[in-house]
Design a protein around this ligand. Structure first.
Ligand code: KG4
Ligand code: ZN
Length: 346
C-alpha cells in the first residue's frame, strides 16, 4: 500500500486538537498538529467543567480542522480516513469531536474510526521515529489513567495493571492544589520539585501486590504533612518528596512488568510522562535491563490529535472502519469494571 493520509481529532477533555498523519511503510509521520487549549476557561474552578468544555470544543473544532489541513498543505481529497477519540472521556466533549469527524468523513466518503484515547497515548511514542521492537510493556500515566499494558503490537495490548483509586496526574494536580501552586498543577509541581530536597520528608511508597497502583494514600500523607510541618519545609521540599514517592511507585511496577514479560521495549506516554523525574527513572530501569525506552516526546505527552490520527492510520491500514452510529463511551475499552474487576469491553 502507498501512503495513507489520516485526519485525527481529539476532544476527550479540555483540548481541541486536529492533526494530519501519514502512514507509509509502517512509519507514522506527523504533517501537522494544531491544538486549542481551554486552561483559562477552567482555571477559576481548579478543574475541567464538562459543560464549559463541550461548548468550547464546539466553537473551536471547525477552525482547528481547517488550520491542521492548511498547515499540512493537504486538501480533503487527499485524505483516506478520519479518526476521532471516541473513548474514554467527557461524553459531551467526545460527542463534539466524533460527530465532526463522522460528518467530515461521511460527506467525503472516507473511512471513519473511533479511537481509544489511552491506546493513542502509546501510539504517541511511535510518531516520527523508528519501529518498535516487540513485545513491549506500555505505561500510560495521565490525568485519568495510570495503566500498564503487555503489548505485542501498537494496537494489540492487554491491561496488566491499573490504579485502584486516583490516577497519577490526578494525584499531582491534587497535590498542587494542597500546596497552592496553581492550576493545572502537575507540570508546576514538577518544576518546583526540581529545586526541592526529596529526602527532607519521608512519604511512604505505596506497595500493592501485583502491578496495580494506588495514589490516594500519598496524597493524604502530603495533606497532613503540609498542615503539620508547614513552617519546617519549603513548598519545593514537599513537592520533591511527593514526586519521589509517586514516581518510585510507578517505576517499581514498570520494572516488574518489564521483567515478568521479558519486554524488549518499554513505551511511556500520557501527560505525566512529561514528568522530569519519571523520565530519568524510566531511563534508569530500562538501561539496567537492556530494554529500549520509547518515551513520548514532551509535545506528544499531553493530549493531542497526532496520536489519534496515528492510531487511526494503523487501524485503517488493517482495513478497519467503525459504523456511523458508534457512540462515545466514558471508559476505555481496556479499563477495569466499576468494582475493579478485569473486564474487556467491546
Ligand atoms: O494525558 P493528559 O494531557 O490528559 C489526560 O488524558 O488526562 O494528562 C494530563 C495530566 C494532568 O493531570 C497534568 O497535571 C499531568 O498530566 N502532567 C504532569 C506533568 N505535565 C502534565 N504531571 C506531572 N509532571 C508533569 N511534568
Ligand atoms: Zn490523555
Amino acid at each position: 500500500m502507498g501512503a495513507l493520509v489520516v485526519l485525527g481529532l481529539e476532544s476527550s477533555c479540555d483540548e481541541t486538537s486536529a492533526a494530519v498523519v501519514v502512514l507509509k511503510e509502517g512509519h507514522l509521520s506527523v504533517r501537522s498538529c494544531t491544538t486549542a487549549a481551554q486552561d483559562l476557561l477552567h482555571e477559576e474552578y481548579r478543574g475541567v467543567v464538562p459543560e464549559i468544555a463541550s461548548r468550547a470544543h464546539l466553537e473551536a473544532v471547525i477552525p482547528t480542522i481547517r488550520r491542521a489541513l492548511q498547515e499540512a498543505a493537504i486538501t480533503p481529497r487527499e485524505l483516506h480516513g478520519v479518526a476521532a477519540a471516541s473513548r474514554p472521556g467527557l461524553i459531551g466533549s467526545l460527542l463534539v469531536g466524533s460527530s465532526a469527524a463522522k460528518a467530515f468523513a461521511w460527506g467525503r466518503s472516507l473511512s471513519f474510526v473511533g479511537i481509544d484515547h489511552v491506546v493513542a497515548h502509546l501510539v504517541a511514542t511511535q510518531l516520527d521515529t523508528e519501529a518498535v521492537e516487540w513485545p513491549a510493556v506500555g505505561l500510560v500515566a495521565s490525568g485519568g489513567h495510570t495503566s500498564l499494558f503487555a503489548m505485542r503490537g501498537p494496537l494489540d495490548l492487554d491491561l496488566i495493571g491499573a490504579t485502584i483509586d486516583d490516577a497519577a496526574g490526578e494525584a499531582f494536580d491534587k497535590a498542587a492544589a494542597i500546596l497552592n501552586i496553581g492550576y493545572p498543577g502537575g507540570a508546576r509541581l514538577d518544576e518546583l520539585a526540581e529545586s526541592g530536597d526529596a529526602q527532607s520528608i519521608d512519604f511512604p511508597v505505596t506497595a500493592l501486590s501485583g502491578l496495580d497502583f494506588s495514589f490516594s494514600g500519598i496524597k493524604t500523607a502530603l495533606s497532613l504533612a503540609a498542615k503539620r510541618e508547614a513552617g519546617r519545609h519549603k513548598s519545593a521540599d514537599f513537592a520533591a518528596a511527593f514526586r519521589r514517592a509517586v514516581v518510585a511507585q510507578i517505576v517499581r511496577n514498570l520494572a516488574r512488568a518489564i521483567d515478568e514479560r521479558g519486554a524488549r521495549s518499554c513505551l511511556v506516554g500520557g501527560g505525566v510522562a512529561a514528568n522530569r523525574l519519571l523520565r530519568r527513572e524510566a531511563a534508569r530501569v530500562c538501561d539496567e535491563r537492556g530494554c529500549a525506552l520509547r518515551l513520548a516526546p514532551a509535545r506528544w505527552c499531553t493530549d493531542n490529535a497526532a496520536m489519534i490520527a496515528g492510531a487511526g492510520a494503523l487501524r485503517i491500514a488493517r482495513g478497519e472502519r467503525d459504523p456511523w452510529d458508534l457512540a462515545p463511551q466514558p471508559l476505555s475499552s481496556l479499563a477495569r469494571g466499576p468494582r475493579g474487576q478485569r473486564v474487556k469491553r467491546a
